[in-house]
Design a protein around this ligand. Structure first.
Ligand SMILES: [Mn+2]
Length: 383
């Protein structure tokens, strides 16, 4: 079967003569029909380019969409890894041609326990090759519906403050071109410079939705602006008031008391996993959106991978039991992305401690689920 032969509408529509329920009510069946409505043009163009640039396959290969050198999505285990095998944009002056720019921030000198998140972007890009651009349940094909590029990594150095300046400049450049930055960390110290780069391009206030086990809002840690401090400094930015900061999943034995004091005094909204259990994901999302968007023009999304129970995400710097289940975190991310996100970061992936790439894989999922939700809700696309 060729690559696009799956688009036929010969799916048997209803066999309710033989079942006691209406199959068409199932999301699983509706999703199969939605697939037939998605475009295929960019996938076909990718194959044409692969054949042009990578030579036609050897004569014994029957599927003539296969090229000799791998130049597109397939095979998933081959190729030079950008995020989701999207084009590498060497000339960042052209970033405005894209809806989304993925960028790595290989920075981990803000860690207060074990380091290694500087290799997070590499790990996320590598395992992102496992995924197609199509999602069955959401009925989205990101290759067809979004223009995504990978702009590579920010040039970070062994100095926290100078690296912050580099990060803010990079994020601000992408934002200023009307392109959504998707930032792959890096430790959570980058939350401040990323937000700073976003906020200066927002004409009005910006809210922050922050998923984490840790509050990350003390002023300093060990005398520096470490990964326990981003929201203290971010909410000092004039158009990023603390009352628009909602922090979800906080709890356990790694929340330093200095940060709790700041959160209390500044009036951030903290929701623990107990709150999530008591109120449910849908209600939590509704409340988070209300807080983040109140009087705001845009919302920034910060997903710390350690907000998920450490049994699922061993590859992180401060593992903590008792956080979200992956399914809960993904659902919450989808729900808060419905209203649109100006930029997002996924932080604290440390591949040296990862097992079978599960941590980096979840980071990839988070990005893709947010983008797909925004596509489905008309919040991005069209370039
Ligand atoms: Mn954390």
């Amino acid at each position: 079967m060729g690559f696009f032969d799956s688009h036929g509408l010969n799916y048997k529509k209803n066999n309710s003569d033989t079942t006691s329920f209406n199959r068409e009510d199932l999301h699983g069946i509706q999703a199969a029909f939605k697939e037939a409505t998605l475009p295929t043009a960019r996938g076909e163009e990718e194959i044409r380019n692969s054949l042009k640039n990578g030579l036609e396959a050897a004569e014994s290969i029957e599927d003539r969409t296969i090229s000799c050198f791998s130049r597109g999505e397939l095979p998933h285990y081959a190729g030079i890894n950008t995020f989701l095998k999207m084009p590498y944009l060497e000339d960042v002056n052209r970033v405005g041609e894209y809806d989304v720019a993925v960028m790595g921030v290989p920075f981990d000198i803000g860690t207060t326990y074990r380091s290694g998140t500087r290799f997070g972007p590499q790990a996320i890009r590598r395992i992102s090759a496992l995924y197609q651009t199509y999602n069955y349940e959401m009925g989205v094909d990101l290759r067809e519906q979004l223009k995504i590029c990978d702009v590579g990594d920010v040039f970070t150095i062994a100095n926290i403050e100078k690296s912050f300046d580099q990060i803010s400049k990079a994020v601000s450049h992408v934002m200023s071109q009307g392109t959504m930055p998707v930032i792959l960390g890096g430790d959570h110290a980058i939350g401040y410079p990323c937000l700073r780069g976003v906020a200066e391009n927002v004409d009005g206030n910006i809210g922050i939705i922050h998923l984490d086990r840790h509050a990350d809002i003390q002023e300093k840690d060990m005398d520096e602006r470490m990964h326990t401090t981003p929201w203290f400094h971010a909410t000092n930015i004039k158009n990023a008031p603390a009352v628009n900061l909602v922090q979800i999943g906080i709890g356990g034995w790694q929340v330093p008391r200095p940060g709790v004091k700041v959160a209390r005094e500044r009036g951030t909204t903290i929701m623990t996993i107990n709150d999530v259990e008591n109120l449910g994901i849908d209600k939590i999302a509704e409340m988070a959106l209300e807080v983040a968007w109140k009087g705001a023009k845009a919302v920034y999304l910060s997903f710390d991978i350690d907000s998920v129970d450490c049994g699922f995400v061993p590859g992180t710097g401060w593992p903590e039991p008792g956080g979200f289940l992956p399914r809960e975190a993904l659902k919450l991310l989808q729900l808060v992305a419905k209203e649109g996100i100006a930029a997002m970061e996924v932080v604290e992936v440390a591949p040296a401690y990862d097992i079978s790439d599960t941590t980096a894989l979840l980071a990839t999922r988070a990005v893709l689920d947010v983008l797909a939700t925004m596509v489905n809700n008309g919040k991005i696309g069209g370039k």
